[in-house]
Design a protein around this ligand. Structure first.
Ligand SMILES: Cc1cc2nc3c(=O)[nH]c(=O)nc-3n(C[C@H](O)[C@H](O)[C@H](O)COP(=O)(O)OP(=O)(O)OC[C@H]3O[C@@H](n4cnc5c(N)ncnc54)[C@H](O)[C@@H]3O)c2cc1C
Length: 257
């Protein structure tokens, strides 16, 4: 995932030997397209990271002063240290004690109200209605934590406010800035703008569509496309696919009626 890859990039910069073990057939399979996964795999390999996909870790044990990581294919890796980045779960013990409704997180409405009057929640721990997800979702991002917290704080002091921000995320790996907007779950087609094989020089991005509507964009060193994409998604505008792919067309023009 992003945490494992970001850590790999930092550790390579420190000239440590890094092996990434990934259970899925490709890196970031849960959150991004094959184009992005392939690009990031080659980026990391170019920087000397060894990436093993379809490799499930079965156990980690002490071995003569080192750690031995044992995998499902019986491969063993000796390491000085192991970083485990396999996702997190919400800590809902306090909410549970308070009698608040839970569903893989604290269930809140668009104002951040829980099922118990006068108890609000915001951030990673909440499952909230989100039109960009097409239903309830639990998001783990700084954007969500900040924007939802502002809405919840306003509601707590009696200023009615609805949480309706378009999700966005970022990840820095080596000198590359990845910026993502929207949620690409269940996308059924993509449009790539730019050439992933020339990403080092010019960046590229992938636009995700679901039933013909733009739902997300992943950009590699393409801030203009990211900014335009974020606004398009927030406003529910889908440019023509040919216009998205056409590098002669400025991203800002997609927003013009
Ligand atoms: C390694 C890492 C890298 C990340 N990188 C990115 C990134 O690049 N971009 C991005 O958008 N997001 C990133 N995230 C996610 C981002 O950090 C979280 O989405 C964000 O911090 C969520 O904020 P929060 O306030 O909801 O929760 P948290 O930041 O988890 O804060 C919750 C706080 O509540 C405290 N707490 C819990 N229970 C109790 C209790 N009973 N009483 C009192 N206090 C309690 C906890 O100690 C904690 O301090 C990253 C996360 C990690 C772990």
């Amino acid at each position: 995932g992003y945490i494992g890859l970001e850590a790999a990039a930092v550790l390579r910069k420190m000239e440590l030997e890094v092996t990434v073990l990934e259970m899925a057939p490709r890196v970031l399979a849960r959150v991004t397209s094959e184009v992005l996964s392939d690009y990031l795999t080659s980026l990391h390999m170019m920087h000397g990271v060894s990436i093993k996909t379809s490799t499930q870790v079965n156990g980690i044990q002490d071995h003569e002063g080192k750690l031995q990581v044992v995998c499902n294919d019986n491969a063993e890796y000796l390491a000085d240290f192991v970083l485990v980045g396999i996702g997190v779960g919400p800590n809902t013990t306090l909410a549970e004690t308070a009698g608040v409704s839970l569903d893989d997180g604290i269930v809140v409405d668009e104002k951040g109200c829980t099922s118990v009057p006068h108890i609000f929640a915001a951030g990673d721990c909440t499952r909230h209605p989100n039109r960009f997800a097409g239903g309830n979702v639990r998001l783990e991002s700084v954007q969500n934590a900040n924007d939802q917290a502002r809405v919840v704080a306003a509601n707590m002091v009696g200023k009615a406010s609805i949480y309706d921000a378009a999700p966005w995320f970022w990840s820095d790996q080596y000198d590359i800035k990845l910026q993502m907007a929207g949620l690409n779950s269940n996308y059924d087609s993509t449009v790539t703008r730019g050439d992933p094989t020339n990403a080092e020089n010019e960046g590229f991005c992938v636009f995700y569509l679901r039933a013909g509507e733009l739902v997300a964009v992943d950009s590699v060193a393409r801030p203009k496309e990211f900014m335009a994409g974020k606004q398009l998604i927030a406003r529910g505008i889908t440019p023509d696919k040919a216009n998205i792919a056409d590098e002669q067309i400025e991203p800002a023009s997609w927003l013009k009626p």
